[in-house]
Design a protein. Structure first.
Length: 255
């Protein structure tokens, strides 16, 4: 079964990292096009409940919550099974698990750096694999993976974050190639600097954007059958130039 042409029409939406401002903006953009049944999974019960209430107030006929810890990889399969059962399946699954961690090159806080890598690659990768297996069994569905432009070529200014996102990005792209003929689509989203809680207090790196702008780009990407979305689109050309820079020049980029 081909995954082409599924678009953004799926009614049942699961969000892993259910308090992510970008993921919630994507759900909001989907909801504006038609009613959605949503399950939000994450670590903070109170924040998840508030997000679910906001979605219901915006017109979602159903918005539930489940506890999920990215670091508890042993429980990922069971938790995802419950989310799928509660919704009766999933048409669109948004993977928005991640943390920024400390910026810079060689980490001063090794424990914190290891946690960032565990969350962004091992934890998120575990969830991606479990979700992909579920959708493959059903023969349909789309996974939206929130990666980062930083994954294209990690810089000294964000060594740990960029490397961890690069690992997730590569896994998602490869699994997407493997799953496409099984009826499952993978959309990898590479935003640049997004104005969110996670980036509050940081100097925005141009071209900066918003969760709502990213959401619009994602839904447009779903509808045109894209496998990768850059947000904003101009980042694609910028990162192509960055990839081609000789290493002596690239290492001078301190931000």
């Amino acid at each position: 079964m081909s995954a082409a042409g599924v678009g953004s029409a799926g009614r049942r939406v699961i969000v892993l990292g259910g308090t992510s401002e970008i993921a919630l903006a994507i759900v909001g953009e989907l909801q504006r096009r038609g009613p959605r049944e949503v399950m939000l999974l994450g670590r903070s019960p109170d924040a998840l409940s508030r997000a679910a209430e906001d979605l219901r107030a915006a017109g979602c006929p159903r918005a539930g919550t489940l506890a999920l810890d990215a670091l508890d990889s042993g429980g990922h399969g069971e938790t995802l099974a419950r989310a799928f059962d509660d919704l009766g399946g999933a048409d669109i699954l948004i993977l928005a698990v991640g943390e920024l961690g400390a910026r810079g090159g060689l980490p001063a806080d090794v424990t914190g750096a290891l946690q960032t890598m565990q969350v962004n690659f091992v934890g998120a990768g575990s969830l991606l694999i479990h979700a992909a297996r579920r959708l493959r069994e059903r023969g349909s569905g789309t996974i939206v993976v929130l990666s980062s432009a930083a994954a294209e070529r990690p810089r000294r200014a964000n060594a740990v974050y960029g490397a961890s996102k690069a690992g997730l990005d590569a896994l998602a792209q490869a699994l997407g190639d493997d799953l496409r003929e099984c009826g499952v689509r993978m959309l990898v989203v590479r935003p640049g600097f997004v104005h969110t809680r996670m980036t509050r207090g940081l100097d925005p790196a141009p071209p900066a954007t918003t969760p709502q702008a990213v959401a619009g780009a994602v839904v447009a990407g779903l509808d045109r059958g894209a496998h990768t979305v850059w947000a904003p689109r101009s980042l694609r050309g910028l990162m192509l130039v960055m990839r081609m820079l000789p290493r002596p020049l690239f290492r001078r980029i301190a931000r």
